[in-house]
Design a protein around this ligand. Structure first.
Ligand SMILES: O=P(O)(O)OC[C@@H](O)[C@@H](O)c1c[nH]c2ccccc12
Length: 266
């Protein structure tokens, strides 16, 4: 059993409990009262690097990262620094997140918000929208092709954008075949938790240039952003470095708007 399998098993248990308390039909009925999802693509696709700044308390690989007693304070600091979107972990067992964090952040900022979780069922997509998410994460490694397509279509029907996450060549081909406009390359292998900063440069050439590419995980500072931009990234998704920085606003600002020397590389 990989780490990813183990995490998804826990996610499914928690999900079964929530679904028993609030069946899908009732959850769907709530969507009528939710403000429409924001479109993150203009900001993400704009020239110069964009930052998707993450609210993350802990992780299976690193353990405790930051207390974050009030996610709104952190998210507002990210927004003030020009974050193109804010990612909120909602997985509880391993990452210490919650849907309450998502809703609080959504209510406090006017930039698009990503529900960062291990999405494996339709219920979670509807749930994301009901709690205000503008984007959802779809991890290709956790989904078969039919489920991936169904969840991607459902997210779009609800007005949301999916960040489709890949880690190797085969997953990248599946994301491209899906037509996903927003593709994230995770430097961390969710099956082993190992980081490999060279994965982005290997996979980026496999993705057509009309898709927006996001480099995820292990971004330690401006130097890493510059490298990923030179390799074709439009955006970076940053958690640990930002939650540990004493001045997250300045940190987001410093990583934003960077262009590849000599022009875009793809
Ligand atoms: O904290 P980091 O190394 O900057 O990573 C952020 C983000 O990429 C990471 O949290 C992440 C990327 N894909 C995921 C899937 C599930 C959970 C977490 C993640």
């Amino acid at each position: 059993m990989t780490v990813l399998d183990d995490i998804v098993a826990g996610v499914r248990e928690d999900l079964a409990r929530r679904e028993a308390a609030l069946p899908l039909a009732e959850l769907r009925a709530r969507l009528a009262d939710v403000a429409p999802a924001l479109d993150p693509m203009p900001a993400l696709a704009a020239p110069g690097s964009s930052v998707i700044a993450e609210v993350k308390r802990r992780s299976p690989s690193k353990g405790h990262l930051a207390d974050i007693p009030d996610p709104v304070v952190l998210a507002s600091a990210y927004a003030a620094g020009g974050a193109a979107a804010i990612s909120v972990l909602t997985e509880e067992r391993r990452f210490g997140g919650s849907l309450a964090d998502l809703a609080a952040v959504r209510a406090a900022v006017d930039v698009p918000v990503l529900r960062k979780d291990f999405t494996v069922t339709d219920y979670q997509i509807v749930e994301a929208r009901a709690w205000g998410a503008d984007l959802v994460l779809l991890i290709v490694a956790a989904l078969d092709d039919d489920t991936l397509r169904r969840l991607h279509d459902l997210a779009r029907e609800l007005g949301m954008t999916a960040l489709v996450e890949v880690h190797d060549e085969a997953e990248t081909e599946r994301a491209v075949a899906l037509g996903a406009p927003l593709v994230g390359v995770n430097a961390r292998d969710l099956k082993t938790l190992a980081i490999d900063a060279d994965v982005f440069g290997r996979l980026a050439p496999l993705v057509p240039s009309d898709r927006v590419l996001v480099a995820e995980s292990g971004v330690g500072g401006v130097g890493d952003v510059e490298r990923y931009v030179a390799e074709g990234a439009r955006a970076v998704l940053v958690g640990e470095t930002l939650v540990k920085d004493g001045d997250p606003t300045a940190a987001v600002r410093a990583m934003s708007g960077l262009v590849a020397a000599g022009g875009a590389s793809r």
